[in-house]
Design a protein around this ligand. Structure first.
Ligand code: CP
Length: 309
């Protein structure tokens, strides 16, 4: 059995092998036991210092990484670009080099520019973890999503997963497509044609414009947020219209002849892509995804630290 990752950075799911993903899952299962014990902390990353460097807003990912680091006994520093010297014109590389001069071993970075963590990995020695780079990849989100599917359905291989909504602006979609395919799932995307990238079929996914047909086909529906902050032009007439055509509600699930699992990476626009009665129903594993995120991030950090030592 493989005991080390094949890479010393986590830049994207594209770079991982299926053995890497399975090793992360096995390690995360052990850490999930740890974080459900009365004493939730282990000394695995004692004397390792990790900087969480966030140039974009985050709730789940930032808190989840910080908690994962603290559960592993790492020393943690947090940087957010708002209120920092980035506002005075400092470059990304200078910012990170100044943080590294304080003897930091790992950098977890979220940035609005696709490729920013890849750029850093070519210039600095520390392990880099991509916590979301623009519209490109969000690898730990895809790992926690696929881990949650495995936990709920027993297996990822052979399952049919539809990713619904704003595929064009979604780093979660791309990372999920790579992870699901590496683990043997069938992947479909569904949304308004204006929100599906032109190249999408070249990734080997099915395309469906009718949400009802997509729900009939799938075992799991991963519903994405409409990312208005990334949309420079109008891709659909109004949120009300999007919700009428693509919003998933309880009646749609009740009309299916099977139970499907509903996922959402958060934050949810309630009443737009997902109704509250679905988001809060027994079909949804949204908060399980969040819980699993801590275990997955513990596994990633622990395994990357082992590669470098
Ligand atoms: N899922 C996710 O990335 O959420 P945040 O933007 O709150 O981190």
């Amino acid at each position: 059995m493989q005991k080390q990752l094949s890479t010393n950075h986590l830049l994207g799911i594209k770079d991982l092998t299926s053995d890497d993903i399975n090793l992360i899952f096995e390690t995360a299962e052990e850490f999930k036991d740890v974080i459900n014990r009365p004493i939730k902390k282990v000394p695995s990353l004692r004397d390792i210092t990790i900087a969480n460097v966030f140039f974009e807003n985050s709730t789940r990912t930032k808190l989840s990484f910080e908690l994962a680091e603290k559960r592993l006994s790492a020393d943690v520093i947090n940087f957010s670009s708002s209120g920092s010297s980035v506002k005075k014109g400092e470059t990304l590389l200078d910012t990170v080099n100044n943080i590294l001069a304080m003897k930091v071993d790992m950098v977890v970075m979220r940035h609005s520019s696709p490729g920013a963590p890849h750029f850093l990995s070519n210039h600095i020695e520390a392990n880099i973890v991509n916590a979301g780079d623009g519209t490109h990849e969000h690898p730990t989100q895809a790992l926690l999503d696929t881990f949650s599917i495995k936990e709920r359905l027993g297996e990822v291989a052979g399952k049919k997963v539809v990713i619904v909504g704003d595929i064009l602006h979604s780093r979660v979609a791309l990372s999920n497509i790579f992870a699901l395919q590496k683990l043997g799932a069938e992947v479909m995307v569904c949304g308004p044609i204006t929100l599906l990238p032109k190249y999408i079929e070249s990734l080997g996914v099915k395309v469906e414009l009718d949400i009802r047909k997509a729900l009939e086909w799938c075992d799991v529906a991963n519903i994405l947020r409409i990312q208005l902050e990334r949309q420079q032009i109008k891709y659909f007439p109004s949120l009300r219209e999007y919700s009428l055509y693509y919003g998933v509600n309880k009646v749609m699930l009740e009309n299916l002849d099977k139970e499907i699992t509903i996922m959402h990476p958060g934050p949810i626009n309630r009443g737009v892509e997902l109704s509250s009665d679905v988001a809060d129903s027994e079909h949804a594993i949204i908060l399980d995804q969040v819980e699993n995120g801590v275990a997955i991030r513990m596994a990633v950090l622990y395994l990357l630290a082992s590669v470098s030592s």
